[in-house]
Design a protein around this ligand. Structure first.
Ligand code: ATP
Ligand code: MG
Length: 230
């Protein structure tokens, strides 16, 4: 069996107002695997992704292994380092830096993780934009492109580090069917080529059906999949 990338046990997330969004969630994800997460609006999908992406903490008592690292034991700075080098996050609201160009936004994560010099970083960022069909927009700022183009810049920024784990919150929500399919192909191809793992939150059954399996979030729980063969 492929090596495990995510091992999550007894995971809960309680917000300040003691609203329990996630309760005793278990999840295992292996190298090369893609998972779709579906569920009603407000059910906790983005919350789960944020915690898996080390943008927010799970409650104490949670065990979260990313590869062999117990993430819950990491200091804040060690967690930030792990996030920068291993996790490609496509946020639901693109999260691009408004005053930087598309190219600079995609270069940003490489500044933390790459040993390439400036030229190497620029080349990789440009290649990534090209792959997503938006190389010609490299100089534009996020407000100067369309919603779907902005979404693709955010995807380029997530993929450019060659992440171990890709977390994508509605990555194709603003894209037409054809572009969405292309972008998803690219992400799945990266997962298989680099033996990474991917979790996609989606309301689109077409997108969900492309993943190896699907889980449902409701009442704070992740429901067991009907497992499909590839
Ligand atoms: N900072 C916060 N304070 C209080 N409640 C919050 C906070 N952030 C999210 N919530 C609540 O937590 C629940 C889960 O939110 P979450 O964003 O994870 O939902 P979601 O499944 O991603 O929904 P959608 O499909 O609409 O994106 C919601 O009821 C939301 O109102
Ligand atoms: Mg959400």
């Amino acid at each position: 069996m492929a090596e495990r990338i995510i091992g999550l046990e007894n995971a809960s997330r309680t917000l300040a107002a003691s609203v329990r969004v996630l309760h005793k969630v278990e999840l295992e994800l292996r190298a090369g695997e893609s998972l779709a997460i579906v569920g009603r609006s407000g059910s906790g999908k983005s919350t789960l992704l944020s915690c898996l992406g080390l943008l927010a903490p799970f409650d104490r008592g949670t065990s979260y292994h990313l590869d062999d690292t117990e993430v819950m034991r990491l200091s804040e700075s060690a967690a930030a380092r792990l996030r920068a080098t291993s996790i490609g996050f496509v946020l639901q609201n693109s999260g691009l830096v408004a005053h930087l160009s598309a190219l600079e936004n995609v270069e940003l994560p490489l500044m933390h993780s790459s040993r390439d010099g400036f030229r190497g970083i620029r080349r990789r960022a440009l290649e990534q934009l090209d792959q997503l069909g938006i190389g010609h927009l490299a100089r534009r700022r996020p407000v100067q492109v369309s919603g779907g183009e902005r979404q693709r810049i955010a995807i380029a920024r997530a993929l450019v580090i060659g992440p171990r784990l890709i977390l994508a919150d509605e990555p194709t929500g603003a894209l037409d069917e054809q572009t969405g399919a292309l972008v998803l192909d690219l992400m799945l191809d990266l997962v298989h080529r680099t033996n990474a793992a991917m979790i996609v939150v989606t309301h689109d059954s077409e997108v969900a059906s492309r993943a190896d399996r699907t889980l449902h979030v409701s009442d704070g729980h992740l429901h067991e999949p009907e497992r499909r063969t590839r």
